[in-house]
Design a protein around this ligand. Structure first.
Ligand code: ATP
Ligand code: MG
Length: 394
């Protein structure tokens, strides 16, 4: 393995101009720092001439660091960089030839040298470096060929204090740095869908807080721990997650007692949305996020969504709305949540679920049945909010 000492971070999003550019870059630096906190080694992350570098200041585990950087939204590419001392051009040629031998065991490829001279006292200008270094490479490796238009490899040589050599671009996750897009409240259950929904919104730069409704003793401590574990998986992508845990038992039991059972799911979901919105507003979240996908279950028909939307004033983001289950599962696996999501612990919604839930709730009827809940439900909601538990997950 070649000894890389730094990473050049590439980012690409349209609209990153002017003041936005600073916000974007600062948020990106912030998120990179957060991501690398969990890695062995010391790192210096800095912006230099419109670029972001991660300099390793100690030994580090290359795979671990690349893996973490691949979880930082906003990064489009990660270039491992070798910093070499300037010991003259001949030595540089030797170093580059050694670099190519290690980084590209099979050198049947086309290349182009792209030299940049940030330091004008270097004896060769960039065109000379391109030409002379190209020639030295061709002499050393006759199997390599120059292609100035569409090379397989751009071999970048930057003459600064030290000389930077880099040519590989490892894909990043894309998206926008978390923190550039406001904050949203994710309704996080222990299922497959909601963690994926949170991931997708975070990818657009949104910071995520989460709320989980549990129903002890009908749902266990393990079911709650599973949600904490899912929040931790999400936090790798979007920084610390503030997880609000709401005890939903009394509300659920009361609805169960007072409402027709086929309307249970929808009425329960309306109370979840109301409570989530309440916490969202207190914590300056600008929207709610759920893992709903159209037609997946009875409570996810268009008519049901009308009914759950009706009780909130904040926008409800449903990034999975047009996804098939299989597509959701693929993302879940990609982000490392699937194994946790499929652990078989009970979910508070499944326990009280009716055999034939309504799929086309009638707004008037639902509202009337909610009126039967009278003031007592408001009291239960208040208590649920007052006894809310906050878990900071990172
Ligand atoms: P998931 O796989 O995310 O659990 P689901 O397919 O089980 O979703 P529902 O049970 O209808 O679907 O839930 C729809 C959405 O409502 C979930 O994606 C989640 O955002 C939210 N939700 C459901 N149950 C809870 C809960 N106990 N706590 C917090 N949010 C929940
Ligand atoms: Mg679920």
């Amino acid at each position: 393995m070649y000894h890389f000492t730094a990473f050049l971070i590439k980012y690409a999003e349209i609209g990153v101009k002017g003041r936005n550019r600073y916000l974007f870059e600062d948020a990106l630096v912030h998120q990179i720092k957060f991501a690398l906190k969990s890695c062995d080694g010391r790192f210096y992350i800095h912006k230099t001439q419109g670029r972001i570098y991660v300099d390793a200041q100690s030994d580090f585990d290359y795979e671990e660091v690349v893996g973490r950087l691949q979880q930082v939204f906003g990064i489009s590419g990660i270039c491992p960089v070798a910093y070499e001392e300037d010991e003259g051009f001949e030595k540089l040629c030797e170093k580059v030839i050694g670099y190519l031998a290690e980084v590209y065991p099979d050198r049947h490829m086309t290349f182009k040298v792209v030299a940049r001279r940030a330091r004008k006292d270097y004896p060769l200008d960039s065109n000379q470096i391109n030409a002379d270094l190209g020639e030295a490479i061709l002499n050393a490796y006759p199997e390599m060929k120059v292609d100035v238009h569409h090379p397989d490899v751009f071999l970048n040589i930057e003459v600064r204090e030290k000389i930077y050599i880099y040519s590989q671009v490892i894909p990043g996750p894309g998206g926008m740095p978390v923190g550039t897009g406001g904050k949203g409240m994710l309704l996080l259950s222990g299922g497959i869908d909601s963690p994926v929904a949170g991931y997708m919104i975070a990818k657009r730069g949104v910071k995520i807080d989460a709320v989980y409704f549990h129903a002890p003793p009908y749902t266990s401590e393990r079911a709650k721990q599973k949600v904490v574990d899912l929040a931790r998986i999400l936090s790798r992508y979007c920084g610390p997650v503030y997880l609000h845990v709401i005890n939903f038992t009394d509300i659920q039991l009361y609805i169960y007692e007072k409402c027709p059972h086929e309307e249970l799911t929808i009425i329960m979901r309306r109370y979840m949305m109301r409570i989530a919105e309440h916490i969202a507003k207190e914590t300056e979240c600008l929207g709610l996020i759920t893992g709903e996908s159209l037609g997946q279950v009875a409570s996810q028909t268009m008519a049901s969504l009308v009914s759950t939307n009706e009780v909130c004033t904040l926008p409800v983001y449903r990034p999975l709305i047009g996804f098939d289950k299989q597509e959701i599962v693929e993302v879940s696996q990609k982000i490392g949540a699937f194994e946790t999501s499929i652990l078989p612990y009970e979910d508070c919604c499944t326990i009280f679920v009716a055999k034939h839930p309504v799929t086309k709730p009638n707004a008037k009827i639902i509202r009337r049945h909610e009126q039967n809940l009278e003031e007592k439900i408001d009291e239960l909601v208040r208590t649920a909010l007052e006894t809310k538990e906050l878990i900071v997950v990172e």
